[in-house]
Design a binder for this molecule. Structure first.
Ligand code: ADP
Ligand code: MG
Length: 310
């Protein structure tokens, strides 16, 4: 197939982010719809281009992880990099905001469990098989489709493009960062920093609020991440959280990186075990139910996008 900018038909903007804009596009020859992320690059070195392609390519060619968004190819055009990937229905940030703020409902524990396991499986696959640390775990990088599949996107990009990308937002606006990423000038990125970001993400999805929301400015939020006790979820309450779930999320939010678990340890927690599907076995009714709910909400959110903006 021809695969360049003129072989794609623009169908409109899906969303804007830190590094650029995501468009819905149709591959004219095959009729395939895809999400295309246009990243404005100042002067990407050939070496960096190659690395970007290699990282994504290995991921696609292996195709062993069902929880990673498929990569179709990258196009370099006029100093921009266009990443063509699987089109999903919606990202978790939009989905949960619609559920909590518009429907005045909440995401139930089964949904949180299915999201947690899907994301951990994707992250540990990237680390173990590809030697990739994600570095940007947050609700908008966790995508859902109409069948309730949960997939991770935007891996590796931060690391490769850090120096050559024209950032569209201020660097300070990243309050999913772990304390050790803020407090120290540390070039060795530990997987456990992603575990923290996952903890913040799950906390946010479980409660409907970002845990550092009460601090108004990004600077105050970042100071709070470093100086305050970590966010802590209580068992029970009006949301009736299980002990399994709060233990799991709270352990991800261990402030001291050395004491925070890695994926390998998280996989022993009862909350993980409850929602993981061992190879060869069928999903439990709880997982099936979570898929149904998330699939429904994904389509509903996609069909009512305006209400959640702002
Ligand atoms: P961010 O992740 O910081 O929000 P991005 O530029 O990565 O910014 O993405 C912008 C928005 O586009 C995301 O918030 C998400 O809602 C949407 N999006 C990204 N990738 C896809 C995809 N593959 N399928 C559907 N929507 C996507
Ligand atoms: Mg993103």
């Amino acid at each position: 197939y021809t695969f360049n900018l003129s072989s794609l038909n623009d169908q409109g903007i899906i969303g804007n982010g830190f590094y650029g804009t995501v468009y819905k596009m149709k591959h004219i020859e095959t009729g395939k719809l895809m999400a295309v992320k246009r990243i404005r690059c100042n002067n990407l070195e050939p070496k960096e281009k190659q690395r970007l392609l290699r990282e994504h390519d290995t991921i696609v060619n292996s195709e062993k992880c069902a929880n990673i968004v498929k990569f179709y190819g990258a196009i370099f055009s006029e100093g921009d990099c266009l990443i063509c990937m699987e089109l999903m229905d919606v990202s978790m940030d939009l989905l949960y905001k619609r559920v909590y703020n518009v429907k005045h409902s909440r995401l139930e524990e089964n949904a949180i469990g299915h999201i947690a396991v899907s994301t951990i499986d994707a992250l540990s696959y990237l680390k173990d098989m590809m030697k990739i640390i994600h570095r940007d775990v947050k609700p908008s990088n966790i995508l859902v489709d109409s069948k309730g599949n949960v997939k991770l996107c935007d891996f590796g990009i931060c690391g490769v493009l850090e120096n050559s990308v024209a950032k569209t937002h201020d660097v300070g606006c990243q309050p999913y960062l772990a304390p050790e990423r803020i407090a120290t000038v540390n070039s060795n990125y530990d997987v456990r920093s992603d575990v923290w970001s996952l903890g913040i993400t799950l906390y946010e999805l479980a409660t409907g609020v970002f845990p550092y929301q009460e601090w108004r400015t990004p600077f105050d939020q970042i100071s709070a991440v470093v100086q305050n006790d970590p966010p802590y979820l209580e068992e029970g309450g009006t949301s009736n959280f299980s002990l399994d779930m709060v233990q799991f999320i709270n352990t991800c939010l261990t402030k001291e990186v050395g004491k925070r678990p890695k994926y390998r340890h998280l996989k022993y927690y009862s909350f993980y075990l409850r929602y993981s599907i061992p190879t060869g076995s069928t999903p439990t009714p709880e997982i099936e139910q979570a898929r149904q709910v998330l699939g429904f909400e994904a389509v509903d959110t996609r069909n009512h996008p305006v209400e959640i903006l702002g």
